[in-house]
Design a protein around this ligand. Sequence first.
Ligand code: ADP
Ligand code: ADP
Length: 235
Amino acid sequence: MASITLNNIVKKYDDGFPAVNNVSLDIADGEFVILVGPSGCGKSTLLRMIVGLEDITSGELQIDGTRMNEAAPKDRNLAMVFQNYALYPHLTVYENIAFPLRLAKDKNGGGGGGVGGGTVDERVQKAAAMLELTEHLERKPANLSGGQRQRVAMGRAIVREADAFLFDEPLSNLDAKLRGQMRSEISQLQRRLGITSVYVTHDQTEAMTLGDRVAVLKKGILQQVASPRELYEQP
Ligand code: ADP
Ligand code: ADP
């Protein structure tokens, strides 16, 4: 778990126009913040800067109070959850969840990886139990519901013991019914795990129901940060 602090973050692409313009935001340990705004307002850019897939032009990113602007993605220990889940279709649920641990193990010469305690099996079993996937560990993604697939994707983030989840419009490809189910799954899961989360969406319902606070971005500028209730009660 970790706090994430953005201080006057600016992103200029090659055209010199600020896609993200002087954004400051304190995200507390365990908090669930929704980042909302129209297409092109800079949401993905901001998320990619936090996870380290995009350079920060100016300003400072801190994770747990430490400057992280220059840190490689793997040193930020944040887990991105994408809309397509990015599961491996030929691997079982078990192997999909274990994948990041096996990767870390290989990179570290078979020493068990630099990722927390316990064997791979212990950690996969623990994550699966948390996500109520224990009975489905031998299944392939194609034989799972959309909700179960989403949980496998989160399982991967959990075994890595990521400090925060970054969601990039994870439900945007789903139909309305499934989106509703998934919305409550994600909300319950985040609350159960208490992991700091930043969730990008352009969906008003998600914005108003999922998070502790909603950050409204428009043309790269942070317009407002408020609880859903405060936003709702506004004239
Ligand atoms: P959102 O996620 O809110 O739709 P983006 O962060 O994708 O917004 O984009 C913000 C602005 O930055 C847009 O004007 C977009 O065209 C521009 N942009 C995004 N990615 C790039 C890039 N790789 N190169 C140049 N401009 C980009
Ligand atoms: P390398 O070959 O340099 O290790 P990778 O593509 O394997 O490059 O990624 C390096 C590290 O970056 C990974 O171990 C992981 O911790 C982190 N990383 C990559 N993609 C993501 C992502 N989508 N979300 C979170 N972290 C990521």
